[in-house]
Design a protein around this ligand. Structure first.
Ligand SMILES: [Zn+2]
Length: 92
């Protein structure tokens, strides 16, 4: 049994679907939404999303946050849905 800690390489950064068949070698292709990209790039986006999500929960008050990837910048308002708790902003 092979339990890899690196499931980010098998997780679709677009829809979140995780499957070992999503990745074949250096190519990533989601079995669910057909999203395709370089496997490492997809994994990097997953890590970036995780980081951004944590930042959002920290309640920065909508400050623009981004994560630089090897190519381009991933934005919160881009390709991933924010967590439900970060919806209306914390007005305390
Ligand atoms: Zn997908």
């Amino acid at each position: 049994m092979d339990v890899s800690p690196n499931h980010t390489s098998q997780r679709c950064s677009t829809c979140g679907f995780t499957h070992e068949d999503n990745r074949s070698g250096e190519a990533f292709r989601c079995r669910k939404c057909e999203y395709a990209n370089h496997a490492d790039y997809n994994a990097a986006k997953n890590v970036g999303c995780r980081y951004l999500r944590r930042r959002q929960k920290a309640g920065d008050g909508g400050a623009p946050v981004g994560v630089r990837l090897n190519r381009g910048t991933l934005n919160v308002s881009g390709e991933y849905a924010p967590p439900p708790t970060a919806g209306d902003g914390a007005t305390a």
